[in-house]
Design a protein around this ligand. Structure first.
Ligand SMILES: Nc1nc2c(ncn2[C@@H]2O[C@H](COP(=O)(O)OP(=O)(O)OP(=O)(O)O)[C@@H](O)[C@H]2O)c(=O)[nH]1
Ligand SMILES: [Mg+2]
Length: 71
């Protein structure tokens, strides 16, 4: 069994989902992620660069990322 198949097997067991959130500035991406995580959303500042967050929801752990796209 190769290393890649071992990693795939572990990931399948963990039921990990990776979600990439991309959108225009000031569209509420961070607010959605913070609300889902039960965090206070009264003071939110613009995300600089990108942000990676892990949320444990029941058996699932989700990873949210925001990427800065450069053209
Ligand atoms: N009225 C209203 N305001 C919202 C809503 N969702 C977010 N906001 C506000 O919109 C502003 C921007 O929200 P953010 O969550 O920082 O948006 P973002 O997409 O992460 O922005 P960047 O990090 O700059 O890309 C904040 O002041 C929020 O309070 C909504 O559903 N309704
Ligand atoms: Mg943000």
């Amino acid at each position: 069994m190769g290393l890649l198949s071992i990693i795939r097997k572990i990931k399948r067991k963990e039921k990990e989902m990776r979600i990439l959130m991309v959108g225009l500035d000031n569209y509420g991406k961070t607010t959605i992620v913070m609300k889902m995580n039960g965090e206070d959303t009264s003071v939110i500042s613009p995300t600089l660069g990108f942000n990676i967050k892990t949320i444990i929801y029941e058996k699932y752990s989700s990873c949210f990322s925001k990427f800065l796209l450069l053209f």
